[in-house]
Design a protein around this ligand. Structure first.
Ligand code: NAD
Length: 278
Protein backbone atom coordinates (compact mmCIF):
# COMPACT_ATOMS: atom_id res chain seq x y z
CA UNK A 1 0.00 0.00 0.00
CA UNK A 2 1.23 3.50 -0.89
CA UNK A 3 1.57 5.78 2.13
CA UNK A 4 2.41 9.41 2.84
CA UNK A 5 1.88 10.48 -0.77
CA UNK A 6 0.72 13.90 0.47
CA UNK A 7 2.92 14.16 3.55
CA UNK A 8 3.42 17.83 4.48
CA UNK A 9 0.93 19.08 1.88
CA UNK A 10 -1.98 21.40 2.66
CA UNK A 11 -5.22 21.57 0.75
CA UNK A 12 -8.71 23.05 0.51
CA UNK A 13 -11.54 20.65 -0.27
CA UNK A 14 -14.83 22.09 -1.56
CA UNK A 15 -18.08 20.12 -1.64
CA UNK A 16 -18.25 17.47 1.12
CA UNK A 17 -21.96 17.44 2.03
CA UNK A 18 -22.30 13.96 3.54
CA UNK A 19 -20.47 10.62 3.51
CA UNK A 20 -21.74 9.88 -0.02
CA UNK A 21 -20.07 13.01 -1.45
CA UNK A 22 -17.05 12.36 -3.64
CA UNK A 23 -15.28 15.21 -1.78
CA UNK A 24 -15.78 13.31 1.50
CA UNK A 25 -13.80 10.36 0.12
CA UNK A 26 -11.09 12.68 -1.21
CA UNK A 27 -10.81 14.36 2.21
CA UNK A 28 -10.51 11.02 4.03
CA UNK A 29 -7.84 9.77 1.61
CA UNK A 30 -5.90 13.05 1.63
CA UNK A 31 -5.85 12.93 5.42
CA UNK A 32 -4.76 9.26 5.37
CA UNK A 33 -1.93 10.17 2.97
CA UNK A 34 -0.56 12.76 5.41
CA UNK A 35 -2.15 16.00 4.17
CA UNK A 36 -3.63 18.77 6.33
CA UNK A 37 -6.91 20.03 4.97
CA UNK A 38 -9.48 22.77 5.31
CA UNK A 39 -13.04 21.78 4.42
CA UNK A 40 -15.49 24.21 2.90
CA UNK A 41 -19.07 24.28 1.69
CA UNK A 42 -21.98 26.69 1.26
CA UNK A 43 -23.57 27.82 4.56
CA UNK A 44 -26.82 25.91 3.90
CA UNK A 45 -24.88 22.70 3.12
CA UNK A 46 -22.95 23.01 6.37
CA UNK A 47 -26.25 23.31 8.24
CA UNK A 48 -28.03 20.49 6.38
CA UNK A 49 -25.11 18.07 5.90
CA UNK A 50 -22.68 16.24 8.16
CA UNK A 51 -19.40 17.98 7.31
CA UNK A 52 -18.51 18.56 10.99
CA UNK A 53 -18.28 14.78 11.42
CA UNK A 54 -15.70 14.70 8.61
CA UNK A 55 -13.84 17.62 10.19
CA UNK A 56 -13.54 15.71 13.46
CA UNK A 57 -12.33 12.57 11.67
CA UNK A 58 -9.70 14.45 9.69
CA UNK A 59 -8.72 17.01 12.33
CA UNK A 60 -9.62 19.85 10.00
CA UNK A 61 -11.44 23.16 10.24
CA UNK A 62 -14.60 23.97 8.32
CA UNK A 63 -14.86 27.40 6.70
CA UNK A 64 -18.19 28.38 5.24
CA UNK A 65 -18.04 29.85 1.71
CA UNK A 66 -20.53 30.24 -1.09
CA UNK A 67 -18.42 29.43 -4.16
CA UNK A 68 -20.29 32.10 -6.16
CA UNK A 69 -19.15 34.86 -3.78
CA UNK A 70 -15.74 36.46 -4.44
CA UNK A 71 -15.77 37.91 -0.92
CA UNK A 72 -16.37 34.48 0.68
CA UNK A 73 -13.63 32.92 -1.46
CA UNK A 74 -11.11 35.60 -0.57
CA UNK A 75 -11.84 35.19 3.17
CA UNK A 76 -11.60 31.40 2.77
CA UNK A 77 -8.16 31.44 1.11
CA UNK A 78 -6.79 34.05 3.56
CA UNK A 79 -8.09 32.08 6.56
CA UNK A 80 -6.77 28.76 5.20
CA UNK A 81 -3.29 30.28 4.79
CA UNK A 82 -3.50 31.59 8.37
CA UNK A 83 -4.43 28.13 9.67
CA UNK A 84 -1.65 26.43 7.69
CA UNK A 85 0.79 29.30 8.31
CA UNK A 86 1.73 28.55 4.73
CA UNK A 87 0.58 28.54 1.13
CA UNK A 88 -1.74 25.84 -0.23
CA UNK A 89 -0.60 22.79 -2.23
CA UNK A 90 -3.88 21.50 -3.60
CA UNK A 91 -7.54 22.42 -4.14
CA UNK A 92 -10.51 20.20 -4.99
CA UNK A 93 -13.55 21.74 -6.70
CA UNK A 94 -16.38 19.25 -6.14
CA UNK A 95 -19.38 21.53 -6.69
CA UNK A 96 -22.44 21.09 -8.86
CA UNK A 97 -26.06 22.21 -8.79
CA UNK A 98 -28.71 22.94 -11.42
CA UNK A 99 -32.05 24.49 -10.40
CA UNK A 100 -33.45 23.22 -13.73
CA UNK A 101 -32.50 19.62 -12.84
CA UNK A 102 -33.80 20.08 -9.30
CA UNK A 103 -37.16 21.36 -10.53
CA UNK A 104 -37.41 18.72 -13.28
CA UNK A 105 -37.66 21.31 -16.07
CA UNK A 106 -36.85 19.64 -19.45
CA UNK A 107 -33.84 21.02 -21.38
CA UNK A 108 -35.94 22.44 -24.22
CA UNK A 109 -37.98 24.45 -21.71
CA UNK A 110 -35.35 25.59 -19.21
CA UNK A 111 -35.54 28.90 -17.45
CA UNK A 112 -32.49 31.04 -18.32
CA UNK A 113 -32.50 32.53 -14.86
CA UNK A 114 -32.03 28.99 -13.54
CA UNK A 115 -29.43 28.24 -16.20
CA UNK A 116 -27.34 31.25 -15.19
CA UNK A 117 -27.37 29.85 -11.63
CA UNK A 118 -26.33 26.42 -12.93
CA UNK A 119 -23.39 27.93 -14.81
CA UNK A 120 -22.39 30.20 -11.94
CA UNK A 121 -22.47 27.49 -9.25
CA UNK A 122 -21.15 24.57 -11.32
CA UNK A 123 -18.61 26.21 -13.64
CA UNK A 124 -17.86 29.90 -13.03
CA UNK A 125 -17.19 29.06 -9.38
CA UNK A 126 -14.08 27.24 -10.67
CA UNK A 127 -12.88 30.41 -12.40
CA UNK A 128 -13.67 32.41 -9.25
CA UNK A 129 -11.63 29.99 -7.11
CA UNK A 130 -8.69 30.07 -9.53
CA UNK A 131 -8.83 33.84 -9.87
CA UNK A 132 -8.91 34.32 -6.08
CA UNK A 133 -6.01 31.93 -5.52
CA UNK A 134 -4.01 33.54 -8.35
CA UNK A 135 -4.64 37.07 -7.08
CA UNK A 136 -3.61 36.14 -3.52
CA UNK A 137 -0.74 33.98 -4.81
CA UNK A 138 -2.17 31.36 -2.45
CA UNK A 139 -0.99 28.19 -4.22
CA UNK A 140 2.59 27.04 -3.96
CA UNK A 141 4.69 26.36 -7.08
CA UNK A 142 3.89 22.88 -8.47
CA UNK A 143 0.59 22.92 -6.61
CA UNK A 144 -2.42 21.14 -8.09
CA UNK A 145 -6.06 22.12 -8.65
CA UNK A 146 -8.65 19.51 -9.64
CA UNK A 147 -12.34 19.86 -10.55
CA UNK A 148 -14.80 17.00 -11.00
CA UNK A 149 -16.70 16.69 -14.24
CA UNK A 150 -18.81 14.29 -16.31
CA UNK A 151 -18.74 12.90 -19.87
CA UNK A 152 -21.94 14.86 -20.61
CA UNK A 153 -19.49 17.69 -21.46
CA UNK A 154 -18.62 15.75 -24.66
CA UNK A 155 -21.64 13.49 -25.25
CA UNK A 156 -25.35 14.06 -24.87
CA UNK A 157 -26.89 12.01 -22.09
CA UNK A 158 -30.66 12.38 -21.78
CA UNK A 159 -31.68 13.86 -18.45
CA UNK A 160 -28.36 15.58 -17.66
CA UNK A 161 -29.96 18.83 -18.82
CA UNK A 162 -28.00 22.10 -18.52
CA UNK A 163 -25.37 20.39 -16.32
CA UNK A 164 -23.84 19.14 -19.61
CA UNK A 165 -23.33 22.77 -20.69
CA UNK A 166 -21.93 23.63 -17.27
CA UNK A 167 -19.43 20.75 -17.43
CA UNK A 168 -18.29 21.79 -20.94
CA UNK A 169 -17.63 25.28 -19.59
CA UNK A 170 -15.90 23.90 -16.48
CA UNK A 171 -13.50 21.83 -18.61
CA UNK A 172 -12.78 24.81 -20.85
CA UNK A 173 -12.00 27.00 -17.81
CA UNK A 174 -9.64 24.28 -16.59
CA UNK A 175 -7.66 24.51 -19.85
CA UNK A 176 -7.78 28.31 -20.12
CA UNK A 177 -6.70 28.96 -16.53
CA UNK A 178 -4.38 25.95 -16.65
CA UNK A 179 -2.35 27.76 -19.28
CA UNK A 180 -2.12 30.96 -17.23
CA UNK A 181 -1.43 29.22 -13.90
CA UNK A 182 1.08 26.84 -15.47
CA UNK A 183 3.04 29.50 -17.28
CA UNK A 184 2.90 32.07 -14.49
CA UNK A 185 3.30 29.92 -11.37
CA UNK A 186 3.87 26.25 -12.36
CA UNK A 187 0.50 25.26 -10.91
CA UNK A 188 -1.39 22.36 -12.50
CA UNK A 189 -5.12 22.53 -13.32
CA UNK A 190 -7.00 19.38 -14.37
CA UNK A 191 -10.48 17.86 -14.40
CA UNK A 192 -11.44 14.29 -13.52
CA UNK A 193 -14.42 12.93 -15.44
CA UNK A 194 -16.14 10.51 -13.11
CA UNK A 195 -18.61 7.64 -13.71
CA UNK A 196 -22.16 8.22 -12.45
CA UNK A 197 -21.93 7.85 -8.67
CA UNK A 198 -24.70 7.56 -6.09
CA UNK A 199 -24.51 10.91 -4.26
CA UNK A 200 -26.99 13.67 -3.45
CA UNK A 201 -26.11 15.59 -6.66
CA UNK A 202 -26.06 12.40 -8.77
CA UNK A 203 -29.43 11.17 -7.56
CA UNK A 204 -31.05 14.42 -8.78
CA UNK A 205 -30.47 13.48 -12.44
CA UNK A 206 -33.54 12.09 -14.25
CA UNK A 207 -33.19 8.34 -14.91
CA UNK A 208 -30.06 8.18 -12.74
CA UNK A 209 -30.40 4.49 -11.79
CA UNK A 210 -30.66 3.46 -15.45
CA UNK A 211 -27.67 5.66 -16.28
CA UNK A 212 -25.59 3.98 -13.57
CA UNK A 213 -26.61 0.52 -14.80
CA UNK A 214 -26.03 1.36 -18.49
CA UNK A 215 -22.55 2.86 -17.80
CA UNK A 216 -21.59 -0.08 -15.64
CA UNK A 217 -22.55 -2.64 -18.26
CA UNK A 218 -20.98 -0.62 -21.10
CA UNK A 219 -17.61 -0.03 -19.34
CA UNK A 220 -15.07 -2.87 -19.65
CA UNK A 221 -13.85 -2.17 -16.11
CA UNK A 222 -17.28 -1.26 -14.70
CA UNK A 223 -18.15 2.08 -13.11
CA UNK A 224 -15.61 3.89 -10.95
CA UNK A 225 -16.96 4.62 -7.47
CA UNK A 226 -16.27 7.62 -5.21
CA UNK A 227 -13.27 5.90 -3.59
CA UNK A 228 -11.75 5.26 -7.05
CA UNK A 229 -12.27 8.93 -7.88
CA UNK A 230 -10.56 9.94 -4.64
CA UNK A 231 -7.52 7.81 -5.59
CA UNK A 232 -7.17 9.67 -8.89
CA UNK A 233 -7.49 13.04 -7.14
CA UNK A 234 -4.81 12.08 -4.59
CA UNK A 235 -2.49 11.05 -7.43
CA UNK A 236 -3.08 14.39 -9.14
CA UNK A 237 -2.36 16.27 -5.88
CA UNK A 238 0.86 14.32 -5.39
CA UNK A 239 4.32 15.04 -6.80
CA UNK A 240 3.99 11.98 -9.08
CA UNK A 241 1.99 13.98 -11.64
CA UNK A 242 3.95 17.24 -11.80
CA UNK A 243 3.77 17.57 -15.58
CA UNK A 244 0.09 16.74 -16.01
CA UNK A 245 -1.93 19.87 -16.58
CA UNK A 246 -4.87 21.17 -18.68
CA UNK A 247 -6.11 17.57 -19.01
CA UNK A 248 -9.47 15.95 -18.61
CA UNK A 249 -8.84 12.51 -17.12
CA UNK A 250 -11.59 9.93 -17.57
CA UNK A 251 -12.04 7.82 -14.45
CA UNK A 252 -14.91 5.84 -15.89
CA UNK A 253 -13.86 2.21 -16.45
CA UNK A 254 -13.48 2.89 -20.19
CA UNK A 255 -17.05 4.13 -20.78
CA UNK A 256 -16.04 7.27 -22.71
CA UNK A 257 -14.16 5.21 -25.33
CA UNK A 258 -16.94 2.68 -25.90
CA UNK A 259 -19.48 2.66 -28.70
CA UNK A 260 -21.21 -0.74 -28.39
CA UNK A 261 -20.29 -3.75 -26.27
CA UNK A 262 -20.82 -7.39 -27.32
CA UNK A 263 -23.33 -7.78 -24.51
CA UNK A 264 -25.24 -4.71 -25.63
CA UNK A 265 -25.35 -6.03 -29.23
CA UNK A 266 -26.86 -9.28 -27.98
CA UNK A 267 -29.40 -7.48 -25.81
CA UNK A 268 -30.29 -5.13 -28.67
CA UNK A 269 -30.90 -8.12 -31.01
CA UNK A 270 -33.04 -9.84 -28.40
CA UNK A 271 -35.16 -6.76 -27.82
CA UNK A 272 -35.84 -6.61 -31.58
CA UNK A 273 -36.77 -10.31 -31.68
CA UNK A 274 -39.54 -9.41 -29.28
CA UNK A 275 -40.75 -6.59 -31.55
CA UNK A 276 -43.47 -7.41 -34.06
CA UNK A 277 -42.97 -4.32 -36.24
CA UNK A 278 -39.96 -4.23 -38.65
N1 NAD B 1 -22.39 11.87 -8.67
C1 NAD B 1 -22.13 11.71 -9.94
O1 NAD B 1 -22.71 10.88 -10.65
C2 NAD B 1 -21.04 12.56 -10.57
C3 NAD B 1 -20.45 12.14 -11.78
C4 NAD B 1 -19.49 12.96 -12.37
C5 NAD B 1 -19.14 14.16 -11.76
N2 NAD B 1 -19.75 14.55 -10.59
C6 NAD B 1 -19.39 15.83 -10.00
O2 NAD B 1 -18.79 15.64 -8.75
C7 NAD B 1 -18.94 16.84 -8.00
C8 NAD B 1 -19.40 16.49 -6.60
O3 NAD B 1 -20.72 16.00 -6.62
P1 NAD B 1 -21.21 14.74 -5.76
O4 NAD B 1 -21.70 13.75 -6.72
O5 NAD B 1 -20.18 14.37 -4.76
O6 NAD B 1 -22.51 15.31 -5.04
P2 NAD B 1 -22.72 16.18 -3.67
O7 NAD B 1 -24.14 16.62 -3.74
O8 NAD B 1 -22.30 15.38 -2.51
O9 NAD B 1 -21.73 17.43 -3.87
C9 NAD B 1 -22.10 18.62 -4.53
C10 NAD B 1 -21.62 19.74 -3.63
O10 NAD B 1 -21.76 21.04 -4.24
C11 NAD B 1 -21.97 21.92 -3.15
N3 NAD B 1 -22.47 23.24 -3.58
C12 NAD B 1 -23.63 23.50 -4.23
N4 NAD B 1 -23.77 24.83 -4.37
C13 NAD B 1 -22.67 25.41 -3.80
C14 NAD B 1 -22.25 26.75 -3.64
N5 NAD B 1 -22.96 27.79 -4.09
N6 NAD B 1 -21.07 26.99 -2.99
C15 NAD B 1 -20.32 25.96 -2.52
N7 NAD B 1 -20.67 24.65 -2.66
C16 NAD B 1 -21.85 24.39 -3.29
C17 NAD B 1 -23.01 21.18 -2.32
O11 NAD B 1 -23.20 21.73 -1.03
C18 NAD B 1 -22.41 19.78 -2.29
O12 NAD B 1 -21.54 19.63 -1.20
C19 NAD B 1 -19.89 17.73 -8.79
O13 NAD B 1 -19.14 18.66 -9.57
C20 NAD B 1 -20.57 16.74 -9.70
O14 NAD B 1 -21.11 17.34 -10.86
C21 NAD B 1 -20.67 13.76 -9.98
Amino acid sequence: MITNLLQGKKGIIFGALNNKSIAWHVAEKAHAQGARIVLTNAPVAIRMGTITELAEKTGSEVISADATSMKDLEVLFMRAMEIFEDKIDFVLHSIGMSPNVRKGIPYAEISYENMLKTLDISALSFHRILQTAYKLDAIREWGSVVALTYVAAQRTLAGYNDMGDAKALLESISRSFGYIYGKGRHVRVNTVSQSPTATTAGAGIEGFDSLVDFSDRMSPLGNADAADCADVCITLFSDLTRKITMQNIFNDGGFSSMGMSQRAIEQYRKSFDECTDK
